[in-house]
Design a protein around this ligand. Structure first.
Ligand SMILES: [Zn+2]
Length: 300
């Protein structure tokens, strides 16, 4: 666990997602009230709680837990965190909130998407008490001291994706809504997971984000990204590369997912961190393949 100072009212907690530093964080946002953005996966919850303790934040002082979307590395820890933080309400899109209350469909879906190598790092999901859950899509959360968090629907990566715009700093907690960008791993790319990935919605989200006056992105995977237009450009470029690779593979009927992934996101297999590029890259090839197959079926 490492604390990462971000702004006077924002601190990141690196909770060692997938048993590595620099891959996943939750954000602690403080006004008069305390909110946490993202939950990590269940195995990261002890690190998040240790981070709060190191910050001197009492467990009963955390009032809000905001999730960007239902994937297990963003919301999977909600049940265990809500148990540990007794006064916190969990917010997520009402479209997927029921999966946190009854995770029986969520767990196998994530297992299929992330593949056998990364799956053991996702843990389980503790069912969330439905009384602790509220819809996030119209959230306007005033934490006091001028700290206001506003929900911004950002579908594409997933249909339920919501970003939270911090009106004090002008920065946006973007989740997986654009790209992940992990400086330690030297990787910046959009993630396109099956079964819900939608390229049209993702490109529309990127276009809408360009119209907003966002000062910087706070990225769950991983940290502050100051060049807003640069990240949106990089997202479009990497998406176009992936789409072209997938379309050419479908046209030629030569579909080798690991090879396509490695072409899109090259990695050194001897590097223990290559698990991230390999797992999230292959997941994205599969997600874009599924998207494009469905699009072609519909067009036929
Ligand atoms: Zn995700």
């Amino acid at each position: 666990m490492e604390l990462i100072p971000i702004d006077a009212h924002i601190t990141g907690i690196d909770h060692n997602l997938i048993a590595r530093p620099g891959v996943g964080m939750v954000f602690v946002v403080q006004g008069d009230d305390v909110a946490i953005i993202e939950t990590g996966a269940s195995p990261t919850v002890p690190d998040t709680l240790a981070g709060l303790e190191r910050m001197g934040i009492a467990r009963d002082a955390v009032r809000h837990i905001l999730c960007t979307h239902v994937h297990m590395d963003h919301a999977g820890g909600a049940g265990f965190l809500a148990e540990a933080l007794p006064n916190a309400t969990v917010y997520i899109n009402s479209m997927t909130g029921p999966h946190l209350v009854d995770p029986s469909r969520l767990i196998p879906s994530v297992e299929r998407a992330v593949g056998p190598e990364a799956w053991p790092h996702h843990g389980t999901v503790q069912p969330l008490d439905p009384a602790r859950l509220l819809p996030a899509e119209n959230l306007h959360l005033d934490l006091g001291q001028g700290v206001i968090l506003e929900a911004v629907p950002t579908p594409g990566h997933s249909a339920d994706h919501i970003a939270y715009w911090d009106r004090k700093s002008g920065g946006m907690f973007i989740g997986d809504g654009t790209s992940v960008s992990m400086p330690r791993l030297k990787l910046t790319f959009p993630v396109a997971p099956p079964p819900g990935y939608n390229r049209d919605e993702h490109l529309a989200t990127v276009a809408r984000l360009r119209q907003l006056d966002i000062s910087r992105f706070y990225i769950t995977h991983f940290g502050v990204y100051e060049d807003v237009a640069g990240l949106l450009d990089a997202t479009e470029t990497k998406l176009a590369e992936l789409y072209d690779l997938v379309c050419a593979a479908l046209d030629s009927e030569q579909i080798d997912v690991p090879a396509l992934s490695r072409q899109w996101l090259p990695y050194d297999p001897a590097d223990p961190d290559s698990l991230i590029a390999r797992s999230w890259g292959e997941m994205s090839v599969n997600g874009m393949l599924r998207y494009e197959r469905k699009r072609r079926e519909k067009a036929a």
